[in-house]
Design a binder for this molecule. Structure first.
Ligand SMILES: Cc1cc2nc3c(=O)[nH]c(=O)nc-3n(C[C@H](O)[C@H](O)[C@H](O)COP(=O)(O)OP(=O)(O)OC[C@H]3O[C@@H](n4cnc5c(N)ncnc54)[C@H](O)[C@@H]3O)c2cc1C
Length: 315
């Protein structure tokens, strides 16, 4: 496979969310001539949301897709080579590292910056898809503010769901929390906090049947999976907190990752276990998962790559 490589680049960036484009801006300005592959979701996760109000520099807020066009334009203006294409396989056995694009072409790179993000898991209801960005969200920290003083619902039973329910409970009048089983997966301390919050109402053995509303969320119909009884609750926002899937499958066997697939980096850096391979953004961050933190670590990755290439005498 190594013989099939058709192109040699200095710095290869995989992914076009806030982390990837920020890495591209910094790498291009440092004359590292980065080549960036966008993947199947050019612009990343923010292209599936509406208003972004918490990214600094936009006092009036901005639509997610528009913001990501700004990121792309800035990276292109600095000279980043931005391309359509999906990284389908890697071979990190020797330097320069090899990354296959679209199952065809191989790229050889002196340094690789992985910014492939993480995808939120969804329930799979058609109404959830239809109302996504119009009251349905997978991020309480991002979108909770839009429902200040209103009633919302959240689905999930793990620590993240508990954390997000507590976050929402500080903004919203009532948080209806739907849990599929008769217990939560969250740690004991988080469960206690949820159960003691006066405005979080927990529904056990409960499935979401349908999210109701024409152009925005107006209610949710739930079903008790023991009694089959249904109930409709008026709400303005519906949050899905059933987990994320880091887009790291192609790095399995090469890079260290935790049990859920998040890439592991040396704390305080973007270095992976392979020298010259860096990871930034949500693919290595299950904690913060924000555009600004992803962008920040994209910057770190470009600086780490620049130092690595300088030390190796490759720039
Ligand atoms: C509905 C929603 C609303 C949100 N709202 C906000 C908000 O208001 N404020 C905020 O700060 N954050 C928000 N977030 C979170 C924010 O979107 C993420 O934290 C951020 O986008 C992470 O950036 P990233 O660059 O790490 O990855 P992502 O944005 O996930 O981008 C990953 C990129 O990698 C590419 N990719 C994946 N696999 C491959 C591959 N094999 N080859 C090539 N490319 C690949 C994808 O195509 C994509 O371009 C929201 C998230 C969601 C889902």
């Amino acid at each position: 496979m190594a013989n099939e490589a058709t192109e040699k680049v200095h710095v290869l960036i995989i992914g076009s969310g806030p982390a990837g484009y920020t890495a591209a801006i910094y790498a291009a300005r440092a004359n590292m001539k980065p080549v960036l592959y966008q993947g199947i979701q050019p612009g990343g996760q923010l292209t599936i949301t509406t208003e972004v109000e918490n990214y600094p520099g936009y006092p009036d807020g901005i639509q997610g897709p528009e913001m990501m066009v700004h990121f792309e334009k800035q990276a292109a203006r600095m000279g980043a080579d931005i391309r359509y294409g999906l990284a389908t396989k890697v071979d990190f056995s020797q330097h320069p590292y090899k990354v296959q694009i679209d199952e065809e072409k191989w790229i050889e790179a002196d340094a690789v910056i992985i910014c492939t993000g993480a995808s939120a898991k969804w329930l799979g209801l058609p109404s959830e898809e239809r109302l996504n960005g119009f009251g349905v969200s997978a991020c309480a920290v991002c979108d909770g503010f839009f429902f200040k003083g209103k009633e919302v619902a959240i689905v999930g039973a793990g620590d993240t769901a508990a954390e997000e329910a507590l976050y929402l409970s500080k903004l919203c009048t009532t948080v209806h929390m739907f849990i599929r089983r008769d217990k939560m997966r969250a740690s004991k301390v988080m469960q206690e906090r949820v159960l003691n919050a006066p405005n979080i109402k927990v529904y056990w053995n409960t499935d979401t049947d349908e999210i109701l509303g024409e152009n925005k969320v107006e209610a949710v119909r739930i079903k008790n999976n023991q009694t089959q009884e249904t109930q409709t609750i008026p709400i303005s926002g519906f949050f899905v907190a059933i987990g994320h899937h880091p887009n790291s499958d192609i790095f399995k066997g090469w890079l260290d990752m935790d049990e859920t697939g998040y890439l592991l980096t040396t704390p305080g850096t973007t270095k992976t276990n392979i020298e010259g391979v860096f990871a930034a953004g949500d693919v290595q961050d299950k904690n913060y998962r924000q555009a600004v933190t992803a962008a920040g670590s994209g910057c770190m990755a470009a600086l780490d790559a620049e130092r690595y290439l300088t030390t190796k005498g490759l720039v």
